[in-house]
Design a binder for this molecule. Structure first.
Ligand code: UDX
Length: 433
């Protein structure tokens, strides 16, 4: 099928590439000419394992352009995968969605299904349909379907090609049939529902996962107080298939481009409709506090950080991505810098983006070991494999004072016991040497 995709961020580009992988002819559209030129050379603008390989493999079916008329003119289906950033009040900014919708309506010369893949508040698809129908060329019928994505960064390709489910929200059978054809060769169950339910499935799913994380983080904090071990507690809970063993990893809170934004957006929408979601409000509050956990713990060892050398391992909000959006490191490192600490940081892919925030204030190290050299304190923000591979000897022999505060529980407690390292992690016994 002839398909176009508006937006080449995580959602748009991964969707386009995976549709091409299943034999469709896909044109990816973006306003950024430099980005388009790079993609035409087979270079992905984002760090996502497996993406460039698929871009190259399917290059005969993949096109990149800034020309919206050319892309949308004769497409059978156009996906909207542009960003819906957070406004100051927490609500979703839909300006790019509407902009794309207008461009599609202005260009489409044949009947076409406009598919909203961006995460949008409940009711948005209706507004998009009203807009595209009003602006469509005479004789052209445009219909709108909701098709939320459930991809996670770092596993985006697999999450799309082997999706847990494909949700299709439509008001007319014909659009549903068109989308079934789009996804004919995908290996995933398909749920067809109305548009508002599809929009809600996306928010309810993301917010539930965020709630699960905040819940386990609160339980972890209590474990520290009462002497229980969160790893065992989570394992014990996870055996119950009603609870499930995923997303029970305690840590320093969720970051990224989805959970923080989608919890706030749904909470805003609920309050706006006089229907406060207390669980989601609590989820957000717990998460904001949890992000400060490492610095709070560090104050047990040092009153302030002035004159200290602090090793920071991991900058991104999770491993497998160079994305820093809402990363806990972004709220903690400024506190260290305000105190005039010397910060030595290591991250395998996040440094380039971090440099944009802190070009000179931080020393970026080529290896985690070098970050540890001479440090008085080590803070672990991201569980990269290279961090997990460090041994107690790395901390003991390289640091001036081996105090390790681990926000991602990278090491079994047993491995740290009796090793001459003070090891303080989340929801577990503190090892003081
Ligand atoms: C998430 C959803 O997983 C995905 O389905 C949705 O489409 C977009 O949002 P993503 O933000 O890429 O994907 O990352 P995810 O792997 O879900 O992790 C989000 C955050 O939660 C990370 O900061 C991670 O460290 C944290 N997390 C995750 C935990 O703290 N504990 C867990 O058990 C799982």
């Amino acid at each position: 099928m002839k398909i176009a995709v508006a937006g080449t961020g995580y959602v748009g580009l991964v969707t386009g590439v995976c549709l091409a992988e299943h034999g469709h002819q896909v044109t990816c559209v973006d306003v950024d000419e430099e980005k388009i030129a790079r993609m035409q050379q087979g270079v992905s603008p984002i760090y996502e394992p497996g993406l460039e390989e698929l871009m190259r493999k399917n290059r005969e079916r993949l096109f990149y352009t800034t020309d919206t008329c050319d892309a949308y003119r004769d497409a059978e289906v156009v996906f909207i995968g542009v960003g819906t950033p957070e406004k100051k009040d927490g609500s979703a900014n839909l300006r790019y969605v509407f902009q794309a919708a207008e461009q599609i309506a202005a260009a489409a010369c044949r009947d076409c299904v406009v598919v909203v893949k961006s995460t949008v508040p409940i009711g948005t698809n209706e507004k998009v349909e009203e807009l595209v129908r009003r602006k469509a060329r005479p004789g052209v019928t445009l219909s709108v379907a909701s098709n939320p994505e459930f991809l996670a960064q770092g596993t985006a390709i697999a999450d799309t090609l082997h999706a847990s489910r494909i949700v299709i929200g439509v008001e007319e059978e014909a659009s549903g049939e068109t989308l079934r054809r789009v996804y004919r060769d995908f290996d995933a169950p398909i749920l067809v529902t109305n548009r508002r339910s599809a929009e809600m499935i996306k928010y309810a799913s993301n917010d539930f996962l965020a709630l699960k994380i905040s819940y386990i983080n609160e339980i972890a904090n209590l474990c520290e107080t009462v002497g229980a071990d969160i790893e065992d507690v989570a394992r014990g809970m996870g055996y119950d298939s009603r609870i499930g063993n995923k997303f029970l990893q305690a840590g320093i809170g969720y970051g990224g481009s989805c959970f923080p934004k989608d919890t706030k957006a749904l909470s805003w929408l609920a309050s706006f409709n006089d229907n406060e979601l207390k669980t989601i409000k609590a989820t957000i509050e717990v998460n904001e506090n949890q992000k400060f956990k490492l610095v709070k713990k560090a104050r047990r060892y040092y009153d302030d950080f002035r004159g200290l050398t602090v090793a920071v391992l991991g900058l991104t909000f999770k491993p497998g991505t160079d994305d820093l959006r809402e990363a806990p490191s972004l709220v903690s490192i400024p506190i260290l810098l305000d105190d005039d600490a010397r910060v030595k940081a290591w991250d395998p892919v996040g440094v380039e983006n971090y440099r944009k925030h802190y070009p000179t204030q931080i020393e970026y190290c080529p290896t985690p070991q070098e970050a540890l050299d001479g440090a008085d304190l080590c803070l672990i923000f991201t569980e990269w494999p290279e961090v997990k591979a460090l041994t107690p000897a790395d901390f003991r022999e390289r640091m001036r004072r081996a105090i390790v505060i681990d926000g991602r529980n990278c090491y079994p407690l047993k491995a740290m016991e009796g090793e001459g390292v003070t090891y303080d992690s989340i929801g577990r016994k503190r090892i003081v040497e």
